[in-house]
Design a protein around this ligand. Sequence first.
Ligand code: SAH
Ligand code: SF4
Ligand code: F3S
Length: 443
Amino acid sequence: MKVYIKTYGCQMNERDSNALGAALLQRGYELTDNEKEADILLFNTCSVREQAELKAIGKVGILKKLKKVRPHILIGMLGCMAQSKGNTLLEKLPHLDFVIGTDQLQKLPDIIEMELAKREQLSFTETNTDISQSMAQHLETNSVSDFIAIMRGCDMFCSYCIVPYVRGREKSREIAEIADEAKKLADKGIKEIMLLGQNVSAFGLEQNSKTRPSESPFADLLREINSIKGIERVRFISPHPFFFNDKLINTIAECEKVCNNIHLPLQSGSNRILKLMNRRYDSAMYMEIVKKLKKIVPDITFSTDVIVAFPGETDEDFNCTRNIMNEVGFDNAYIFKYSPREGTPAAKYQDQIPQHIKEERNQILLADLKERTTEHNKLMEDRIFKILVEGPSQRNPERWCGRTTNNKVTVFDYNQSLKTGDIIEVHIDRSSSMTLFGSILNH
Ligand code: SAH
Ligand code: SF4
Ligand code: F3S
């Protein structure tokens, strides 16, 4: 039987879908990228913005026709929106067979068997605190990198965010178990590990710490992964600035495999808005982390998440965001227009901002960002960087591409001795706002 899995949302969902795919293969199912030939269609959903929800609901909605022609197929919705809207989805989409929330995903193979035996709409959305091995399987891949989920859930309750409601309480895995997973990936030829969590800098800490901790179990984890033979690069998303302390900053500088590109969500540059967002840092604290890292980590680059037009955001607040973004000089930024999420405090705040202002502020930040990245990429010209080779470039398969440690996509001519996973030295000849173009040295 063939299974099609479509994933919406963040890397955490990608990781979950990957683990579920591997579990289904083990049970004798086949995976397919072609939904038309699938017997079982699964949609791993996201609730973080309204757009993400509408996309998945729209997609499953139009499958009603397919089910008329092929009544034997099973359709399931999984993950974050299944968690928050489970029964509503089943009512709204009568051709939907089952919903499985974020804490019950590991039961998917059993649930499919149950559904195949007796076809009725079922919902599995109970919460569960056990996050041991069950979701640690990986699909085989030709890629040089893979994800490891080091924790699940989030306890931060930022006032705009639905994640704590759909992913439940923060739970960290054991360092030894994570290291074991990383070693297995290294044995299969994976060179780069991306450690995933909604709040990785709080990994392994006591819950709900009111004061900024001086310890950092996450730093200990980085050291452990840094020591694994075969792993060449370690990246992570997303750390929260509140837990990004000196111990973590120094560990990043000391661990040679931990990459000099940090994704540090800013959300806003206005202290007034940061407070309303319940982010637990101000712009000065954020800049202090950036400055310390810039001082001790050579060629470091930063990326971020920003929300424009949070309720009540004035021109002045927006300009604070614009200024701090230019001051940091991000090399990438995910800029989101605020989307009210039912059940979160900010959805009830007065002064929701009209759509045209959301649009305008979004465009301004995107234009600034492009200017900054063009400038930064120019500064990388005529220098030599180590590139982890990924494979043929999408635009032109006669050229190959890879990344610098600070996460710049770099394109170079193919030569016959090149293999995916090689680390090569490349001289940067020219650049654009998105890409570096270079020549390979001695390979
Ligand atoms: N845990 C991560 C992010 C998870 S959600 C962190 O704290 O950085 C990914 C991003 O979506 C957030 O960083 C935020 O910028 C954005 N986001 C979350 N809720 C949103 C909302 N209601 N409207 C618009 N963007 C939102
Ligand atoms: Fe959402 Fe905040 Fe948790 Fe990130 S830290 S997932 S933005 S509540
Ligand atoms: Fe979306 Fe869930 Fe990730 S809400 S952003 S898929 S944690």
